[in-house]
Design a protein around this ligand. Structure first.
Ligand code: ZN
Ligand code: FE
Length: 256
């Protein structure tokens, strides 16, 4: 329902996904992060779109490194996280959780998801059941906790868990196959996970993306989103403590 937006997804750099979001009504096009400016310009040109905005999820160079080049070429407006605005090249507008950003008539809600970086945000188009989550959550994984704490990252994942289950998560990287190899070490008996892993292997052998990821499926399979389950907490040795359970899983993945 509501306003139709066109989401164009393409691989960038080694394992990033680039996204261009287009609203035909207004002609506006948003670049979600800027891993590779030249690639974004070429993909927009192919579709006859002009990039009018950049929406950054966080400051890492594989997300904001193309900002200045795209701005120079298109004069686009750059919107990024208030919590790390000083690190976002060319930023025009800083936003934080609870704010809304507009692409023509289409509205995206800003969600604070700190942990990977301290200002990391996600952008949720509720009417379109689409969330651009950067490096906060991945298919069967989550971002490394570089700047925040395990507790902070768990609270961020809880915000994403609370989105409608039919939400498609547009993650910034294709890490799913390696995430799957780890996930089965945490929940070897999870039937939904086994089915998902088989699907992932098929998709990757056909050279197809596994992203976007349906939140509903992630809730049933992604170990990082399952730290609030009593059986998971028990298995990780932290009964009754979701944040510590999350931290244990994250630590195991870091050493995997
Ligand atoms: Zn990152
Ligand atoms: Fe990244």
């Amino acid at each position: 329902m509501g306003i139709f937006i066109d989401i164009h997804q393409f691989p960038c750099l080694n394992d990033n996904y680039g996204y261009l979001v287009h609203d035909a009504g207004s002609g506006e096009t948003a670049a979600i992060d800027t891993p590779d400016a030249e690639r974004y310009l070429a993909e927009a040109k192919l579709r006859g779109w002009t990039i009018t905005q950049i929406w950054n999820t966080h400051w890492h160079p594989d997300h904001a490194g193309g900002n200045l080049r795209l701005k120079e070429e298109t004069g686009c407006r750059i919107i990024g996280p208030a919590g790390e605005a000083a690190k976002i090249p060319g930023i025009d507008q800083a936003v934080k959780g609870g704010d809304a950003v507009m692409l023509g008539e289409a509205k995206a809600a800003v969600i604070d998801v700190p942990g990977h970086t301290l200002g990391h945000i996600a952008l949720h188009f509720a009417d379109q059941s689409a969330a651009f989550v950067g490096d906060s959550v991945f298919a069967l994984g989550c971002g490394r906790v570089f700047e925040g704490t395990m507790e902070m990252m768990w609270q961020s994942l809880k915000r994403l868990k609370a989105l409608p289950p039919k939400t498609q998560l547009y993650c910034a990287h294709e890490y799913t196959a390696s995430n799957a190899r780890f996930a089965v070490t945490i929940e070897p008996e999870n039937k939904a996970l086994k089915d998902y892993v088989a699907w992932i292997e098929k998709r990757r052998s056909d050279n197809l993306p596994t992203v976007p990821a349906l939140l509903e499926r992630e809730l049933a399979t992604n170990p990082f989103l399952r730290a609030d389950l009593p059986e998971m907490q028990l298995a990780m040795g932290h009964a009754g403590n979701a944040a510590a359970t999350f931290g244990e899983i994250r630590g195991r993945k870091d050493r995997f």
